[in-house]
Design a protein around this ligand. Structure first.
Ligand SMILES: [Zn+2]
Length: 301
C-alpha cells in the first residue's frame, strides 16, 4: 500500500472524541467531498472515489447525530455508485447538520483545527513516499478553500504554498520537518514515526555516501599526485639530469618510484633518516621544480 494509503487508514480509524472536533472533521470532509451541485433540494450529498473519506463521514455522523428515518440508510449507510462512494442525507436532517458543521477560523479551537486538517487530508490529501521525495499536498476546489486551509496550517506554524494545477488550487508542503509537523497536527502518529525512521535512515545513508565520495575523491587525488611525481622523476632520469641532483632528492625519487602507492607519511618512514610528511612533500616538490627547470612540460597541476 502507498504511504498515503497507510496514513489515510490511520486517520480513518483515529477517533475525534469531543463533539466539536467530530463536527470540524465532518465540516472538512463535507467541504472537500460535498457535491453542492446536487443539493438543490436541500439534501447533503457526499461523494468521493476515496471510500475512507465517505466512511469516516458516515462514522462521525452516526456518532454525533441521532439517526432517524429521515436518514437514507442502506446497509452500510453509503454505497458505491459508479467509480464513487456516495452518501445522501435527506433535506430535514441535512439542515441540522449543515448548521452544526459551520466552521470559521476565528472561532475554531486548536483541537478542531487539527480535526479539520485531518478531514481535509483524508478527503483530498496525499504524501509521497519519503523514500523518494518529501511532498505533502491537499487538492482544494477553489482559492477560498486553499486560503482557509493554509490559515489553519499556519496557526500551527506550518507554511504551505499553493500552486494552481488545472482548475484546482493545490496546497503543498515540501520540507521534511513541515511534513512531520503536518502529520502530527492530523494525529497520524504511526505514519509520523514511519516517516521519521525513513528520513533518519536516508540522512544516514547520505552522510555515509558523502563520506565515501569524499574519501574516494581524496584517494583519487593522492594517486594522481603520485603519478605526477613519478612522471617528473622519469623525465629527470631520461634527460640524464638525475645524477646532478642532491643525494637527498635522489633517495626520495627512488623511494617514490619503488613505492608508487605509498603515502607521504610512509615515504617519510622509509627515508634515512626518517622524515615527516612536510619534509617528504618538500623534496617531491623540489624534484618537480627540477624537472621543470630541465624543460619538462607534462603533468601540470
Ligand atoms: Zn475540538
Amino acid at each position: 500500500m502507498s504511504f498515503s494509503g497507510k496514513i489515510k487508514e490511520e486517520l480513518e480509524r483515529a477517533e475525534s472524541a469531543p463533539r466539536h472536533c467530530r463536527l470540524a472533521e465532518m465540516a472538512a470532509i463535507y467541504d472537500f467531498c460535498g457535491k453542492k451541485s446536487e443539493e438543490s433540494d436541500g439534501k447533503i450529498v457526499i461523494s468521493s472515489e476515496n471510500e475512507l473519506a465517505v466512511r469516516k463521514f458516515f462514522t462521525l455522523l452516526t456518532k454525533t447525530f441521532n439517526m432517524n428515518t429521515d436518514f437514507v440508510a442502506n446497509a452500510g449507510g453509503y454505497a458505491k455508485s459508479g467509480a464513487n462512494y456516495r452518501l445522501e442525507i435527506g433535506p430535514g436532517m441535512a439542515a441540522d447538520i449543515r448548521s452544526a458543521i459551520r466552521v470559521t477560523t476565528e472561532t475554531m479551537r486548536s483541537c478542531c483545527r487539527r480535526a479539520y486538517v485531518r478531514g481535509a487530508f483524508l478527503a483530498a490529501g496525499s504524501v509521497s513516499d519519503p523514500e523518494k521525495s518529501y511532498h505533502l499536498e491537499i487538492v482544494c476546489q477553489d482559492e477560498r478553500q486553499a486560503l482557509f486551509l493554509a490559515g489553519l496550517l499556519s496557526s500551527f506554524e506550518i507554511e504551505a504554498k499553493t500552486i494552481i494545477r488545472k482548475k484546482y488550487y493545490v496546497l503543498y508542503v515540501k520540507d521534511g520537518t513541515s511534513i512531520v509537523e503536518t502529520l502530527n497536527v492530523m494525529g497520524a502518529h504511526v505514519a509520523l514515526m514511519d516517516f521519521e525512521n525513513t528520513r533518519i535512515l536516508k540522512e544516514m545513508r547520505n552522510t555515509v555516501n558523502r563520506k565515501v565520495n569524499c574519501e574516494t575523491a581524496n584517494i583519487g587525488k593522492t594517486v594522481m599526485a603520485a603519478q605526477r611525481q613519478i612522471d617528473d622523476i622519469r623525465f629527470l632520469i631520461e634527460c640524464d639530469s638525475f645524477d646532478e641532483l642532491p643525494l637527498s632528492l635522489r633517495e626520495m625519487a627512488q623511494l617514490r618510484i619503488s613505492y608508487p602507492e605509498a603515502t607521504l607519511a610512509e615515504l617519510g618512514q622509509m627515508s634515512t633518516p626518517p622524515l615527516g610528511k612536510s619534509g617528504v612533500n618538500h623534496r617531491l616538490r623540489k624534484l618537480s621544480q627540477a624537472a621543470r627547470s630541465f624543460g619538462y612540460k607534462g603533468g601540470e597541476l
